[in-house]
Design a protein around this ligand. Structure first.
Ligand code: ZN
Ligand code: ZN
Length: 529
């Protein structure tokens, strides 16, 4: 009898939440609000300064135009256009192509180039093909139920950000049970019924959303019957993210930050353990619209050379949120380089500076530039792209994160290593890049290859050598990509190296730049100058 009673008590214990859990949401603390997008999310501790720059000033060379403080002042102005967009109430705020804040960025750049003496600096507008998706309002809630503990109230996930394409939900909102799908691989989906449910994917930005294995998963989940998708990003704080690779067509798809994602996954697990997962529902609301017949722009200026053959220096001016590294960093360096070269003796080749309309939809800046300038086809020698050139390195390895998603994220005193791309793998160009780390302290990968991701795609029709260094970090395409995440020293290292690269490429015989991979080559570089 006693044994029977014990069994009854035991089975009751299995289905009824234990006393410790008998509080709201099984005792799980509700997530904090959205991390302030005006401030760094990362632990920002100045105990150790970032690696200093030790560049000797060369007399008569106007190196003062490339010092970190000067570049950082421009960087702040560029980020300021994004904050203007935030203050104006733009939902997808930042320097999103074709929006007023973006056009102001282009106009500012053109004005700076003009002031630097590039007389032909101008804004070149182009019609944007296709519409721009704009969210009007949205909300993502985890619906409370007494089964999750006494006093459980509905929780609004405040970092929730809708992904491009989601249509206005008929009737305003959609409420359905959740299904957790891990990373959304076929192995994760085995035995999972997605039909009529809201799928939750765990996204690891490893090392960033650009490299994440969960790209495209959201769209596949909808094809398999999910009503909507929540991409829960394993990231610091509670940031917002915006990236079309995590969208799912017309269905509602959201990305949520680290704190919201942790809460949601915790309560899914606890509800499952308590046998009440079927009661756990998510409610999505979304209203969106499409804007069409938009105009975007490139800012273009040249420093005439002795030859009509040109070297194009490109930086995309658009970006999401503050876009501190993507790509206020590259644009600040472009402006600095234009000022610097305007003070040097005339180059051999014409230097063409392009603040491009970029590729953060809608439209494509470089593609539109190439279409508007057929003369570029035969007159371009080389294209250098400045993109994501100064992000501080984010490390995880010291203390365990309180939410146990692994180690806490911290800024280090170095910059994130950049991947170097040289499309034709010219031995001479690679030799120049070899000096980036050696002479200028620029952190790069140890390898080099022909791949150039980012803004250069639109220049491909020109069929000329293109080169760049680029990286994408923890806060790529998120509200965490802030002004503070780009050290002044990083901008100076990038600017000084790119000035060197441009000078050497300009002086060199053209055959060295166009030489294919494996062409015999003898380095003629003399030290670091
Ligand atoms: Zn980007
Ligand atoms: Zn970019």
């Amino acid at each position: 009898m006693r044994a029977k009673l014990a069994l009854v008590v035991l089975s009751l214990l299995l289905v009824i939440p234990r006393a410790a859990d008998n509080t709201a949401w099984f005792g799980t603390p509700v997530p904090p609000p959205l991390s302030d997008p005006r401030k760094p999310i990362m632990k920002h501790d100045d105990a150790f300064a970032v690696l200093p720059t030790h560049f000797a000033r060369r007399s008569g060379r106007h190196d003062e135009l490339l010092v970190g403080a000067v570049l950082k002042a421009d960087h702040q102005k560029i980020v300021g256009f994004s904050l203007e967009s935030l203050a104006a109430g733009d939902k997808v705020w930042g320097r999103r192509a074709a929006t007023p804040a973006f056009i102001h960025t282009i106009e500012w750049t053109v004005n700076e180039l003009k002031t630097a003496g590039l007389k032909d600096a101008k804004t070149e507008t182009y019609a944007v093909p296709g519409p721009m998706w704009v969210p009007v309002s949205w909300q993502l809630q985890v619906v409370g139920d007494p089964a999750f503990g006494a006093g459980t109230q509905t929780v609004t996930l405040q970092s929730a950000f809708p992904q491009p394409g989601g249509a206005t939900i008929a009737g305003g909102s959609l409420t359905a049970p959740v299904v957790f799908v891990g990373h959304g691989t076929d192995a994760d989906l085995a035995g999972r019924d997605l039909k009529g449910k809201m799928a939750v994917v765990h996204v690891r930005p490893e090392p960033s959303l650009f490299g994440s294995a969960e790209q495209g998963v959201a769209a596949r989940l909808v094809q398999k019957g999910a009503l909507g998708v929540i991409n829960a990003v394993e990231g610091p704080g509670n940031a917002q993210y915006f990236d079309s690779r995590f969208a799912c067509g017309k269905a509602p798809c959201f990305m949520i930050g680290g704190n919201d994602g942790w809460f949601l996954q915790q309560v899914i697990g606890k509800a499952a353990n308590a046998g009440v997962l079927d009661k756990l529902k998510v409610s999505m609301s979304l209203a969106s619209e499409e804007k069409s017949a938009l105009t975007s722009a490139n800012g273009v200026a040249t420093i005439p050379g002795q030859s009509a053959k040109r070297i194009i220096v490109n930086a995309h001016a658009d970006g999401y949120f503050q876009g501190g590294d993507d790509n206020a960093s590259g644009l600040a360096v472009l402006v600095g380089l234009a000022r610097y070269f305007s003070k040097q003796p005339p180059p051999k080749h014409t230097l063409m500076f392009v603040a491009s309309g970029g590729h953060h939809g809608p439209g494509n800046g470089p593609g539109s530039l190439v279409a508007a300038h057929p003369e570029l086809k035969d007159s371009t020698l080389l294209i250098l792209n400045l993109e994501h050139v100064g992000y501080a390195d984010v490390v995880r390895g010291k203390t365990r994160a309180p939410n146990n998603t692994g180690m806490s994220w911290e800024l280090s005193v170095t910059e994130a290593a950049k991947a170097v791309g040289v499309t034709n793998e010219s031995p001479f160009l690679i030799d120049l890049w070899r000096q980036a780390a050696r002479c200028y302290g620029v952190a790069t990968y140890q390898s080099v290859g022909p791949t150039v991701s980012g803004d250069l795609g639109g220049y491909r029709p020109l069929g000329v050598p293109m080169t760049q260094m680029i990286q994408s970090g923890t806060f790529y395409h998120s509200s965490g990509d802030v002004y503070e995440a780009v050290p002044a020293e990083a901008l100076e290292r990038a600017a000084r190296f790119h000035a060197f690269l441009l000078e050497k490429a300009d002086e060199a015989p053209e055959a060295l730049i166009t030489a294919a991979k494996g062409t015999p080559y003898q380095s003629a570089l003399k030290g670091c100058q």
